[in-house]
Every structure is written in C-alpha cells, then in structure tokens.
Design a protein around this ligand. Sequence first.
Ligand code: XBP
Ligand code: MG
Length: 261
Amino acid sequence: MKEGLQALLFDVDGTLADTERDGHRVAFNLAFEEAGLDWNWSVELYGELLAVTGGKERMKYYLDHFNTEFNRPADLDGFIAELHKAKTAQYTALLAEGRIPLRPGVARLLKEAREKGMRMGIATTTTPANVQALLAHTLGPDSESWFEVIAAGDVVPAKKPAPDIYTWAMEKMDLTPESCIAFEDSENGIKSSVGAGLRTIITVNDYTREHDFSDAVLVLDNLGEPGQEFTVLQGNKNTLNGAGYLDLALVQRLADNHPAE
Ligand code: XBP
Ligand code: MG
C-alpha cells in the first residue's frame, strides 16, 4: 500500500532561521576575541567556510586552508572543542536576545502541522543546545516537544552532506523516506536529505542562492505568508495551483506528485 505523507523533517540553520551570517559567524568571532585570537571571519570568508558543516570541523578547515601559520597547540582537537563550547555560549546568548527570528512561514507551517497531527522531526548539523535555544526563544518553552526527534550535531559519525543524520532521524521515528519530506537550505543539506532517499523542499538564503538544487522538489525564496507571497525559483508551477505560500495541503500535494524513488 502506498504510504501517504506522515512526517516533515526540518533542517535548522538557514531553513528554520537565517542563522549563519548574523548568528553563528558573529558568535565564532566573539569566541575568537574572548580567547585572545586574531581570527576574524568576514561575511565573505564565512561563505567559503560554510562548505564544511559542523563548527568544530569548520575551525579545523579554516586552520588547514586559511591560517596555516597559526601556532597549533599540541592538543588541537581539545583546543578547538573548548573554543567551540565558548562559541555555542555566545550563539545561544545571541538567540536569547531575540537577535535571530524564524524565517517567513516557518512558525505558521509548524503550528499547522502540529494542529493537524503531522509528525515532525529535526535533522541538523548544529549543536543540540543551539536548536533548543532557537526553538525556545522563537516558539516558546514547550516547542521542543513538537518534534519527536531532534537529530543534531555529533550524534552521527558523518555530518551533512552525508545522509547519516536523516537516516538516524527516520530510524528513531520508525519511518521510511516514502512517508517523509525534508526542508533544507543548502547544497550540503540536500545532498544529505536526497542521499537518505528524501524528497526535499528548499528555501534559499544569501549564502546558498547559487547552489545546485536540481534534485529538489521545489526551490523557493522562503515559505511565504498570506499577503507575503513566496517566489518560485525552481519547480513545477502546475502543482502550486497559484498558491503564494506553502501550507500543509501544498506540501502534501507536492509529496503526492513526487513519489520517493
Ligand atoms: C549548519 C551547520 C552548523 C552551523 C554551526 O547546520 O553546518 O555547523 O553552521 O553550528 P544545518 P555548530 O544547516 O544542518 O542546521 O557550530 O553548532 O556546528
Ligand atoms: Mg542548513
């Protein structure tokens, strides 16, 4: 029997909120300053560093490719781990100040899915504390419970673009790719979700607008709101029936029209 759509799986950074340029990047620079390091990641450099997912992995990539002169401590992994803890503290403080809002349509779609009993999960490369802080400070203290699974950070050996985090989330939810659809923002993200067999809806941001989303079911500038329509960047407009924002009915139509392979 063909399974209908049972669950929505969400990426976090760039998808739920536009967190990278004014959130994570700022937090990294504050942690570097706090540690007395002369490292400073500009908006442009950070765009290059985003090729690597995971903050710890991104700092190592930075040293290997952009700061080879740095006099590395003997325990480099330990040094990076400590720096990353400080960065996470800085980032969650930024979220607590309400500096990073959810993207258009995200709260609306999450609330509709919850009201209509659509199961939800999160599959992200970021640190669990960051997800908890984003949800708490944008949707309220109980919003973490809206998601059956928060698959985040180091819970899997290989981060995106590997499919591991999505596969892990579906295993925990006892779901197959045929009954899920993923929401992503980047090339690393869609490689991961499609690699796990998932149909994927993309909302781009300034860092990812030019990425390759040829495997996406639909590419939008954002999920849209009534009166604040989305722009379709890629996808079959017939399925959209003139819709201007993504609601659950449209997600289900997209899933029905694009059977999982
Ligand atoms: C985005 C990432 C994360 C964040 C930084 O994750 O790659 O590494 O940039 O967060 P996603 P951490 O798009 O999968 O949500 O420093 O906690 O890794
Ligand atoms: Mg992302």
